[in-house]
Design a protein around this ligand. Structure first.
Ligand code: FMN
Length: 220
């Protein structure tokens, strides 16, 4: 999809009254206006994340927020090196690799705010066996997904939009090193936040009846 096929975005606070309208309205945005985002709004996003469900209520997440061109450049550069190596390993054509790299770099540099949700396992349970330890980690990661969704919904309600990029997941140590983060943090995603440049085309959803298996019919 190109920016030309998108329509002019509405970026005033939406304050959606009806939850289903909010859930259906949230969308992934990949092009933003240059307009900066107020810190108070970013705080509301993190506040929304804070109220997400988490395993044992331990809140195994921390959120790194950055907005300077300097930090965005360092991040894009360092993550780009890893991605370039991975794409080359996949045998991707060098010209296509360059186009994809440039697109991703622009997405990071042009986003007014970037939030990096990180896994923080210190307060979680620790098990002697590998299997339960791995399961504990999965639970924590699942809850980060819930926290991210809370942030994205809050962003949409405030007239902002967000975009989810998975890149940090493939190089958490590189992200920590690039941004000089505590190495107990494991970056899981990169969420771009800003005012949409245009309304993106939405992805279709699978029909409801293809997603659900009702084993019983004992309902009111
Ligand atoms: C775990 C996860 C990883 C994602 N990674 C990316 C990504 O790296 N780049 C991207 O453009 N979108 C990414 N997305 C966004 C999806 O492409 C998007 O949510 C999906 O196409 C549905 O569109 P919608 O969010 O507008 O409803 C990711 C979403 C999730 C949940």
């Amino acid at each position: 999809m190109t920016a030309q096929s998108e329509t002019q975005a509405i970026t005033s606070p939406r304050h959606v009254q009806d939850l289903m309208t909010l859930l259906r309205g949230r969308r992934s945005v990949r092009h933003y206006q240059e307009r900066p985002v107020a810190r108070a709004l970013v705080e509301q996003l993190v506040e929304a994340a804070r109220w997400s469900p988490s395993p044992h209520g331990r809140q195994p997440w921390r959120f790194v927020v950055l907005s300077s061109l300097k930090n965005k450049m360092v991040l894009a550069e360092r993550m780009g090196e890893t991605w370039q190596r991975n794409l080359a390993m996949d045998g991707q054509d060098a010209a296509i690799v360059n186009i994809r790299m440039e697109k991703s770099r622009k997405r990071i540099l042009q986003a007014p705010v970037i939030i990096i949700p990180c896994l923080y396992m210190e307060d979680m349970d620790h098990y002697p066996d590998e299997q339960r330890q791995a399961d504990e980690r999965i639970m924590a990661i699942q809850s980060i997904g819930a926290a991210i969704q809370n942030m994205l919904l809050m962003a949409y309600d405030l007239g902002l939009d967000g975009g989810w990029m998975c890149a940090p997941l493939f190089c958490p140590e590189v992200v920590c090193d690039a941004l000089k983060l505590d190495t107990r943090l494991s970056p899981q995603a990169l969420i771009t936040i800003g005012y949409a440049a245009a309304d993106p085309k939405r992805r279709e959803r699978l029909p409801l009846d293809s997603l659900v298996l009702y084993l019983d019919e004992d309902f009111a």
